[in-house]
Ligand binder design. Structure first.
Ligand code: PEP
Ligand code: CO
Length: 463
């Protein structure tokens, strides 16, 4: 249900109908609760507005350039991470594991396909969640639903579930700590190809892709040794690797307070991350989220799934990218295994007819969630794979380039999705079920998925 929110103070006068970071404030908004105290909200907003940016405009523009390469068919986009990051999970092992799984997946993709991979984490800001119901019933009483640590607390009491604006400052701090550590790890050493022991071969031992995985590690080692024997000195394989950050632009106060102008560049940048996306539940054309997103320079993901009106999405792309800038829009389709065949082909044709230069990405997770008899939210690896394969087939049939995948995954050994080569079943789900929101692929399932993505990509696009 859409609501109107009380207005915040705008820092200076803007023309009527001119876009500014708070021009969304008088629109109807979905999925953003009213904070109980507007003065407190204003204070937090003003505080957040003065804090230094988490990212820079040149990083944002560099990502846009790389995404333009994906749109052209010259690179692959790998976007992945938690469904919802939590404040408690802002610690070294979790961050290391997240970076590691993304790197290893990207190495698999690069090795198997031979083209560059753009890594974008759902990380350092993915703290707010849209929910299908406003309330939930806990022990017989109805309380507000959990909307992610950026908005309220998971603890099931009415007090803890009240939206608290101070959480935005905490989120900013946690995002800064996460990003600081990620940057340090990425800067040097972490991706060092001299140390195959970091590749965790043992962990993959029982997997059907073990042989391919082992083969790949051996071949990378051989390549490093070869390069070192023909060039003087050790190969600089330990240099900086890129991991860009992304999150859903859901809490518009948080996004808007971090939307800035920078010297010598045109327009406004959301510097809370590199890329943001518009969720499937907040993409009504006239509402607040679309109004906000039309004014920023960042690459924007658009989740497209049921219920969906093709013409409305075309209009959305027009509004968010009126100048047809390449690398600006990533269409993340998430129709679910049952609907993808019906909806996707016509959608691809319509987008191409308009000549929109988009990156096509497949999110095979969000259309395939279900609850077990014991009410555990899960996804089946086979459904995920099936939607991915069907999506690749459809793009191939339309002579179109599917350049991206969008996955919910973790580098930890959780038990949240059933299936995969190791055949986790419903009974096994409770062993290590950690997510507060949607079920993620675990470490092994993620690496397996990377091989499967590479296989599908090669079917259609191998050079
Ligand atoms: C998500 O990506 O976590 C999400 C909520 O997705 P969607 O908007 O596609 O439902
Ligand atoms: Co999710």
């Amino acid at each position: 249900m859409a609501t109107k929110l009380p207005p915040l103070r705008v820092s200076r006068k803007f023309e009527k109908n001119e876009w500014h970071p708070l021009s969304w404030n008088d629109r109807e908004v979905n999925q953003l609760p009213t904070y109980p105290d507007n003065n407190e909200l204003q204070q937090v907003y003003d505080q957040l507005r003065t804090l230094p940016p988490l990212t820079t405009s040149w990083e944002v523009l560099a990502l846009k350039k790389k995404l333009a390469e994906v749109a052209e068919g010259n690179a692959i986009l790998l976007q992945g991470g938690d469904c919802a990051e939590t404040f408690d999970a802002c610690n070294a092992p979790k961050i290391v594991n997240q970076l590691k799984v993304m790197l290893q997946m990207s190495f698999i993709l690069i090795h198997e396909t031979g083209i560059p991979v753009v890594r974008v984490g759902r990380v350092a800001g993915q703290y707010a969640k849209p929910r299908s119901s406003e309330f939930e019933v806990v022990e017989g009483r109805e309380i507000l639903n959990y909307r992610g640590d950026l908005i309220n607390s998971y603890e099931p009491t009415p007090e803890a579930r009240r939206p608290d604006p101070q959480r935005m400052v905490t989120a900013y701090n946690k995002a800064a700590l996460t990003l600081n550590f990620l940057r340090a790890l990425a800067e040097e050493g972490f991706a060092d190809l001299h140390h195959p022991e970091q590749w965790e071969l043992d962990f993959m031992k029982n997997n059907r892709y073990y042989k391919e995985y082992e083969q790949m590690v051996l071949s990378i080692n051989k390549a490093v040794n070869f390069m070192e024997s023909v060039t003087p000195g050790p190969l600089q394989t330990s240099q900086k690797v890129d991991l860009y950050t992304s999150h859903e632009a859901l809490n518009l106060y948080y996004e808007s307070a971090q939307t800035r102008r920078v010297p010598r560049k045109e327009g406004w940048f959301n510097l809370s991350g590199h890329m943001v996306w518009l969720g499937n539940r907040t993409r009504s054309l006239e509402n607040a989220h679309v109004e906000y997103l039309r004014g920023i320079q960042n690459p924007i993901g658009i989740k497209v799934g049921p219920p969906f009106d093709r013409d409305e999405v075309l209009e959305l792309i027009r509004r968010l990218n009126p100048r047809h800038e390449a690398g600006k829009i990533v269409l993340i389709t998430r129709f679910g295994v049952k609907e993808v065949e019906r909806e996707l082909p016509g959608f691809i044709r319509a987008v191409n007819r308009e000549g929109f230069p988009v990156v096509w990405s497949c999110d095979p997770m969000h259309g395939n969630t279900f609850s077990t008899r014991r009410k555990v939210k899960t996804r089946n690896f086979d459904d995920i794979l099936e939607e991915l394969k069907t999506t690749f087939e459809i793009h191939r049939a339309e002579a179109n380039y599917l350049g991206g995948v969008h996955l919910e995954l973790t580098g930890d050994n959780v038990t949240e999705c059933v299936g995969g080569a190791n055949g986790l079943n419903e009974e096994g789900l409770t062993r290590n079920y950690e997510t507060y929101c949607d079920p993620r692929l675990n470490y092994e399932q993620s690496l397996e998925m990377a091989f499967l993505v590479a296989k599908e990509w090669n079917e259609g696009y191998r050079r």
